[in-house]
Design a protein around this ligand. Structure first.
Ligand SMILES: [Zn+2]
Length: 260
C-alpha cells in the first residue's frame, strides 16, 4: 500500500466509501426496509459522523494548513471562516437553481410537492457526496493512509443510511425497487470524482488546500442542517435521531484520533 500514489489511494478510498451508499440501499431490493424510527436513528448517525468529520477532519486540518502560510493568527481563521461560508452558499445556490422540476412530470398538487421534496433531498445528498469524496481524497493526499483511512471509514459508514434514505424515499413515490436502488447507488458515485479531485489538488496546488478543506466542510454543514436533521425529525423521532447523532459524532471523533 505504501507504494501507491496519493491520487490512486484517494480515488480508491473514496470509491470504496461511495460504494457503501449502494450497500446501504440494498434492503429495498429484498423488501425488508427497516422501520422509519430505525431509519431516523441511522440517518441521525450519518449527521453525527458528518458533523464530527466537518470539524475534526476538515476544519482543524484547514486551520493547520493555513497556519503554515501566515504569520499572524487572524488570516488563517478568516480564510477558513470565509471558505466555510462559501461552501454553505454554494450548496444553497445549487439547491435553489438546479432544475429538478422536470422530474415530476405528470404530477400535480400535494403529490407533486412531495416528489419535489424527495428530489431536493436526493440532489442535496448527491451534492454533499462530492465534498465528502473531496475530503477523503484530500485526507489520503495530505496524510497518506493515516490521513485518509479514518475519513474513508467514517464517510463510508454514514453513506449507508443515506443510501437507504434515498432508496426508501423513491420507493414511497412509486419507483420500482431496482430503479430506487440504482438511483441511490448513483448518488454515491459522485464520491470517487471528488476523491480524485481532492487528492489531485494536494499534489497540484498547496495554497488551495485550506480553502478546499473548509469549503468541503461548509457544504457538509449546510446539508446536515438543511436536509439531514430535518429529515430525521419529520416523523416525530427526535429522540432516536439525536441518539443516532451522538453515536455517529463520538465514533467519528474516535476514528479520527485513533487512526489519524
Ligand atoms: Zn453524508
Amino acid at each position: 500500500m505504501e507504494t501507491l500514489s496519493p491520487v490512486v489511494l484517494g480515488s480508491l478510498g473514496s470509491l470504496a466509501a461511495g460504494s457503501l451508499t449502494s450497500v446501504g440501499a440494498l434492503p429495498v431490493l429484498f423488501g425488508r426496509v427497516p422501520s422509519r424510527a430505525t431509519r431516523d436513528l441511522s440517518l441521525g448517525f450519518a449527521a453525527g459522523v458528518m458533523l464530527a468529520a466537518s470539524f475534526f477532519s476538515l476544519i482543524i486540518p484547514a486551520l493547520d494548513a493555513a497556519d503554515i502560510r501566515f504569520e499572524n493568527e487572524a488570516a488563517p481563521a478568516a480564510i477558513v471562516c470565509l471558505a466555510i461560508l462559501l461552501g454553505m452558499g454554494a450548496v444553497a445556490l445549487m439547491n435553489e437553481k438546479l432544475p429538478h422540476e422536470h422530474f415530476n412530470t405528470g404530477r400535480e398538487g400535494p403529490e407533486g410537492a412531495s416528489l419535489r421534496r424527495v428530489w431536493l433531498f436526493i440532489i442535496a445528498i448527491t451534492i454533499h457526496n462530492f465534498p465528502e469524496g473531496l475530503a477523503v481524497g484530500v485526507g489520503f493526499g495530505s496524510g497518506g493512509m493515516e490521513g485518509g483511512m479514518p475519513l474513508a471509514i467514517g464517510i463510508g459508514l454514514q453513506n449507508a443510511p443515506e443510501g437507504l434514505a434515498v432508496a426508501v424515499a423513491l420507493l414511497g413515490e412509486g419507483y420500482s425497487k431496482w430503479r430506487a436502488w440504482g438511483i441511490a447507488a448513483l448518488t454515491g458515485m459522485v464520491e470517487p470524482i471528488g476523491g480524485l479531485l481532492g487528492a489531485g489538488i494536494i499534489t497540484l496546488s498547496e495554497p488551495l488546500l485550506p480553502w478546499s478543506l473548509a469549503f468541503a466542510a461548509g457544504a457538509m454543514l449546510y446539508v446536515i442542517s438543511h436536509e439531514i436533521i430535518p429529515e430525521t425529525h419529520r416523523s416525530g423521532h427526535q429522540n432516536r435521531a439525536t441518539l443516532g447523532l451522538a453515536i455517529g459524532l463520538v465514533i467519528m471523533l474516535f476514528l479520527d484520533v485513533y487512526l489519524g
